[in-house]
Unconditional design. Structure first.
Length: 566
């Protein structure tokens, strides 16, 4: 045996050990089971009843038809970006979060081998988690009865086997390549940024590309571009089946040919090239303490000496300083900037490409807010967790807890700064929407309609969703679990919306719809805003009361987050 053979055997053993360890760690955690359960229940509910709808304009096509399944699986994979992000971020950032990366770096493991092993582990876990989709769809179809039921035990067994093959072939053709593409992209982002927010920004970019592709594929002259641009596979399926009748959509199989094949080949090839470059560029990170030192000094500037002076005046100036510091930190954060830019670009592009030339002002504005809403929800969800747990993530919570600033003042300052920083998102969105509006209409009433939309439809629901996210994080006191609860609530809201639920008083932060007759329904807008603002005030009071402080030692969560243990 040569030295090279020995080296290869040792590297293979290290690879297997690193990948197997990460797979075991993720499979042992309850959150992995919860991830799979989310997909299982969504797919089960889709095929088992009419309460869950995942395919728009399905008409009379059965839910277990090949065309409907292809679109449903692609949509579920896109909806699962948060779960995909958490799995990949956990695999790539676990060592940094647990402070064990220096130990691995001083061993004989190369950074390239470490990256490939953790990426392989993430892909394995994702394949297992997403396999719950065809399983749930099959169980739901069995419960509801297949659309073309057969008689006789042999015929029923053959029918079940055929449906099972259809479900799992759809999973293999669409979901598995998508998992490969998304995992490599997110793992590369994790390797380059070493931050959960970098991974999230990459995930949001993929969602933005997906939405843009769906907008492009709806127009005949941009159909080819949209079909190739979609990383999740919905657009090429729509392009391939645009001329199919209801009968063909019900019985004709969506094969891996034509635009779908070219789409899969394009994205898989791009992902493999990106993964190759990331592997070649993989290095162990150098410790960078400058940013943390600056943050520590700024927080230390509110030390007991300053706080004692402020107690006499009710800590009013401390509150202002905390608001300014938090807002400045949020606006300067790279992840915040990237997500804000993606929200603005995605919403404006969709408003520009989807709005007809003779569209009303209301139509244009609602298109912008509709395609910005997903990004705003994710910003509210993620940065609420960042706001509460950042000090514990960066191990400076003991320093902050030791200051003499009142907990209520600290919480109100952080919350105020986050709400102020939201202007950096809604102002660019408003400016872009204003340009689109001017291109469609310049009537006198446009200004009042735009003002009503910007305040009551765009900004205030964003702030109210942030209040909900903060309260959930403060009550649950577990970063990733709070994220999952919030994103599950968002999925349920989408389901309610698609099934025609109209009771706005339980659909959180639901604004009144803009009228299309040139007037503004001020009473409806103000009444709904007043209701949800009152609810948000109660939620913020709960957040202030439950603000994590002085909770003792910290324990790490998945994805680089931290929570506290008394």
């Amino acid at each position: 045996m040569t030295v090279r053979d020995s080296y290869r055997m040792a590297s293979a053993a290290q690879f297997r050990a690193l990948a197997a360890f990460e797979i075991r760690q993720q499979l042992r955690e309850p959150l992995t089971t919860l991830y799979a359960l989310v997909f299982l229940l969504l797919a089960f509910g889709y095929t088992a009843s009419g309460a869950v709808e995942l395919v728009s304009d399905r008409g009379d096509v059965a839910k277990d038809a090949p065309w409907a399944l292809a679109l449903a699986f692609g949509g579920l994979t896109a909806f699962g970006q948060v779960i995909t992000t958490m799995v990949v971020a956990t695999a790539l950032l676990r060592d940094s979060a647990l402070r064990t990366l220096p130990l691995i770096a001083t061993s004989s493991v190369s950074p390239r081998l470490w990256f490939l092993a953790r990426l392989s582990a993430a892909l394995t876990v994702l394949a297992l988690v997403y396999a719950a989709m065809p399983l749930g769809a099959l169980l739901g179809a069995l419960l509801a009865g297949f659309s073309s039921a057969s008689s006789g035990a042999t015929a029923i067994s053959a029918h079940v086997a055929a449906k099972a093959a259809l479900f799992f072939m759809t999973y293999l053709r669409l979901t598995v390549p998508t998992c490969l593409v998304v995992a490599i992209v997110l793992a590369t982002a994790a390797l380059l940024t070493r931050r959960i927010l970098g991974v999230l920004a990459a995930a949001l970019a993929l969602v933005g590309v997906w939405q843009l592709a769906l907008a492009l594929v709806a127009a005949e002259h941009t159909q080819l571009l949209g079909a190739l641009l979609d990383p999740f596979g919905n657009a090429p399926v729509l392009a391939m089946t645009v001329g199919w009748s209801a009968v063909e959509r019900s019985g004709r199989e969506v094969t891996l040919t034509g635009l779908l094949l070219w789409n899969r080949l394009l994205w898989v090839s791009l992902a493999i090239m990106l993964g190759a470059v990331a592997t070649w560029r993989a290095t162990w990170p150098q410790p960078v303490l400058a940013g943390r030192t600056v943050a520590t000094r700024r927080i230390a500037s509110h030390a007991p000496e300053t706080s004692r002076a402020q107690r006499a005046s009710g800590q009013s100036s401390v509150l202002g300083a905390l608001i300014r510091f938090t807002a400045s930190w949020m606006v300067r954060d790279g992840g915040w900037r990237v997500v804000a830019l993606l929200a603005a670009v995605n919403a404006i592009l969709n408003g520009w490409t989807r709005a007809p030339h003779d569209a009303s002002v209301e139509t244009v504005l609602l298109l912008v807010s509709e395609h910005a809403r997903l990004f705003l929800i994710l910003l509210a969800t993620v940065y609420a967790g960042e706001l509460l747990w950042r000090e514990r993530d960066t191990r400076i919570d003991a320093l902050v807890d030791a200051t003499a600033i009142a907990t209520r003042t600290l919480a109100m300052g952080r919350i105020g700064g986050l709400l102020l920083a939201q202007l950096s998102v809604v102002l660019p969105l408003g400016a872009g929407a204003a340009l689109l509006v001017l291109g469609h209409d310049t009537k006198t009433g446009v200004l009042s309609t735009f003002a009503a939309w910007w305040l009551f439809v765009l900004w205030l629901p964003f702030a109210q969703l942030t209040a909900l996210s903060l309260a959930v994080h403060a009550v649950v006191r577990h970063k990733v679990l709070a994220h999952l609860l919030l994103i599950t609530g968002w999925v349920l809201a989408v389901v309610l919306n698609r099934n025609g639920a109209t009771a706005w008083w339980y659909r959180f932060a639901e604004p009144a719809t803009l009228t299309f007759d040139g007037t503004v329904a001020w009473s409806a807008l103000i009444s709904r805003t007043a209701w949800w603002t009152a609810v948000s005030v109660v939620l913020l009071a709960i957040t202030v009361e439950r603000w994590p402080r002085g909770l003792g030692s910290t324990v790490m969560n998945r994805g680089g987050g931290a929570t506290s243990r008394k």
